[in-house]
Design a protein around this ligand. Structure first.
Ligand SMILES: [Zn+2]
Ligand SMILES: [Zn+2]
Length: 336
């Protein structure tokens, strides 16, 4: 039940400035949209890039947040895929055009005209949000809470990166052990892979955390793993890790830069790319990533470690993330 017409929201009015608490009108769903009462919304590194003005031309004023879990409370007049009361997740990919050459060739994550939740569309740092029904994910009921929120970005980007590492991978390295890595590790271990976790030098807590989640080995990112890797995924925004990861891979190895904005990659000798090694990036998501991931997640079952903040403390959450003070994932707990 919607009892008032207003909702609380944290709003970005200008990049470089803190978010401001506002009372906004509850949005009305368009024909193909659903209105969602937000239970929780994850705070992602991309949100920091938007706040800091590193991503061009956000919608302004903007409600950030693209790791939304909530419940359907109203549907647009042509929205027929959800029922009121359904648990639902809203990820980064908010809509695509269906007409450009990327959409037509099954690469909607690269759509020229895509719109993104919490960037060019309003997101989930608010009590309510609207989203296009076809771009939402059906959320298994056990994830309708703060622990489900990080799955919508960290989980999906991690899963897509994992998919891009290839099916034949047995030994998988992960550089940067934050939100995406801790989710992905559980999936990889569940699927019988050996996982090698690389953390910042001296981060013994992070290494312990990785071992607790089933990693075969955990060590500093400048050390060599005891075995050659079939693939490595880099979640840390550090370009210097690319040649390091390449050196750690076997012939035919794949190095995936997992959906992050990296510092410059230093030059490296050709021989570490030789023997059909591949370096690639991952950008955005396809709807398929969400469908597949949310089938696997309850089977594992994936659990997340979160640190929660009330909606009004979104700025504190962003600052803690910036300062590297959050183990696991930061999540705004907005309602029940
Ligand atoms: Zn994100
Ligand atoms: Zn398109």
């Amino acid at each position: 039940m919607i009892t008032s017409k207003k909702m609380r929201a944290m709003v970005l009015t200008r990049p470089g400035e803190p978010l401001v608490a506002r009372e906004l009108e509850i949005p009305q769903p368009g024909p193909k949209q659903i209105l969602i009462r937000v239970h929780a919304c994850g705070v992602c590194r991309t949100d920091l890039h938007i706040v800091d003005g590193e991503l061009p031309e956000p919608k302004l004023p903007l409600v950030l947040g693209h790791e939304i879990v909530g419940e359907v409370v109203a549907t647009g007049k042509s929205a027929d895929r959800c029922t009121i009361g359904d648990p639902i997740g809203v990820p980064w990919l908010g809509s695509t055009c269906g007409a450009c050459r990327y959409c037509r060739s099954g690469r909607e994550n690269l759509c020229d005209n895509a719109r993104f939740t919490g960037y060019t569309l309003n997101g989930g740092y608010a009590e309510y949000t609207v989203a296009h029904q076809d771009y939402c994910v059906r959320l298994p009921k056990q994830y309708l809470n703060v622990n489900g929120a990080p799955l919508l970005c960290a989980g999906l980007i991690g899963y897509r990166s994992y998919r891009m590492a290839g099916d034949t991978v047995q030994r998988l390295g992960v550089y940067g052990f934050g939100a995406a890595a801790h989710i992905l590790t559980q999936v990889a271990v569940h699927q019988g892979k050996q996982l090698y976790a690389f953390t910042k030098a001296g981060d013994t807590e992070g290494q312990k955390f990785a071992r607790r989640l089933g990693a075969t080995w955990a060590g500093d990112s400048d050390s060599r793993p005891p075995d050659e890797l079939d693939a490595a995924i880099i979640f840390a925004p550090v370009g210097a890790l690319v040649p390091r990861a390449l050196r750690a891979t076997a012939k035919g190895g794949v190095v995936v830069c997992g959906g992050i904005h990296m510092s410059e990659i230093p030059s490296f000798p050709y021989r570490i790319l030789w023997e059909e090694r591949i370096v690639r990036s991952v950008a955005n998501l396809e709807r398929r990533d969400g469908e597949e991931f949310f089938k696997i997640a309850p089977e594992v079952p994936v659990r997340t470690e979160v640190r929660t903040y009330p909606l009004e403390q979104a700025n504190e959450a962003l600052n803690d993330l910036r300062a590297g003070k959050v183990e696991g994932a930061a999540v705004l707990h907005i309602g029940e």
